[in-house]
Design a protein around this ligand. Structure first.
Ligand SMILES: [Zn+2]
Length: 87
């Protein structure tokens, strides 16, 4: 199943992307990719995260009214790899 990364806008299999959801205007990682509601898909890369924030892509993808708090999403490469291995 293909999903579009909200950062670089390229399509990838959902197995290669992380799912982000919003709770009270805070972005959180949906580690099991199973939380209800809207989700935004993104590559586990800092570049894609920064692009998504700069382009306000989370606001559009998650239909938010303003810029959410993304400070909890600063994943390192190791963390990202662990997350993807957990699928
Ligand atoms: Zn990307």
């Amino acid at each position: 199943m293909e999903r579009t990364c909200v950062g670089c806008r390229q399509q990838s299999d959902r197995a290669n992307l992380l799912r982000i959801v919003e709770e009270s205007m805070i972005l959180i990682l949906d580690e099991r990719k199973s939380l209800p509601g809207r989700g935004a898909w993104i590559h586990p890369a800092q570049e894609c995260l920064e692009l998504a924030i700069t382009r306000r892509a989370f606001i559009r993808a998650l239909k938010l009214s303003g810029q959410p708090d993304s400070s909890g999403l600063n994943f390192t490469k190791e963390q990202a790899e662990t997350m993807l291995a957990n699928k």
